[in-house]
Design a protein around this ligand. Sequence first.
Ligand code: GN1
Ligand code: MG
Length: 370
Amino acid sequence: MGVKSAPDLAAVAAAYALPGVLVAGEPYGTGHINDTYRITVAGPAGPVRFILRRINRLVFPEPELVVANTIQVCRHLEAVYRRRGETDGDRRRQVPVATRDGAWRHVDSAGDWWCAFRFQEGTVGRDEIGSEQEAWQAARAFGRFLRDTADLPPERMAETIPGFHDGRRRLADLEAAAAADACGRAPGAAAELAFVRDHRPIVADVVRLLVSGALPRRVTHNDTKCNNVLLDAATGEGLCVIDLDTVMPGSALFDFGDMVRSFVSAAPEDDPDPERARLRPGIFAALAAGWLEPLADVLTAAEREHLLLGARLIILLIGTRFLTDHLRGDVYFKTRRPGHNLDRCRNQFQLLADLEARQADLQRILRALP
Ligand code: GN1
Ligand code: MG
């Protein structure tokens, strides 16, 4: 996707009710969609840092839905923590900052929408999970997020991207991109196209369970990548779930699935050697234990039973989306080199094949957990 020009961070910051003027600002994080910046303002009591986030309008054509969902979740979590008497509730959720006009978003001169949040000092995010302890902590934070939003009615949340984890839509998009073959890349991706076609039954199985109502609809995060949890830098505790732009009605299987996808591989998502994308069973066991701990009384038996199906679905769908974007000419995910999306796709498919080869062991691990 084309890189947008560097924004005038001082002008954006000036729109917000911040305790001072901007003295520094830099790009922050490794997200593939939105543009995130960390800024420092000189406050009366010293420097204070904030996050400014520019919403990608091509991906989110209705940015007001993203803002409304985000604020709703932040407020809900604030109320939950207050009710529980948690004294550090503001470290456990994103804290949005209002503009001088009292709005939750600023629209800049180019028409782009921005949101601002307090920067969570003393926390770290991980692009890759380094240990079982980290996996357990990060997964528990996502489990708490699902638990703490369980009483938020899904119908109150907008679909910020309609059909985001709808497998039928993603498969159809891929077939359309392959048929159009806008960049002449389909012949070079024949093996990956065949892989997706062989795996279509995963989508059919999930659709059946969702349509029949066997799996409940919940408010889900839908982008439970390991770098979307902030860990306490001192204790390692999983504290705060971030990146709320795809929080919307979904299935618990999606959140479990994207954690498996992003936590367990021995290689980064875009490792040019897909052979390295192997599943680490110890990390899988730790993430499952951490995620299920807060959810013991929340998940249904059907959800518990089909968690691995959720992992297979999400790995297949994200790989399919990388492949679709490759065929379309890299118009969606930010890329940094030719073939970047194809590398990502191959990685996901190798991981899925490895997971399927170990499925019986992984199911045993899940069944043994409380
Ligand atoms: C995108 O923006 P980011 O990096 O959190 C994508 C996710 C993918 C992920 C793959 C809105 O997430 O669905 O799983 O890349 N987000 C959107 O790394 O498409
Ligand atoms: Mg995201």
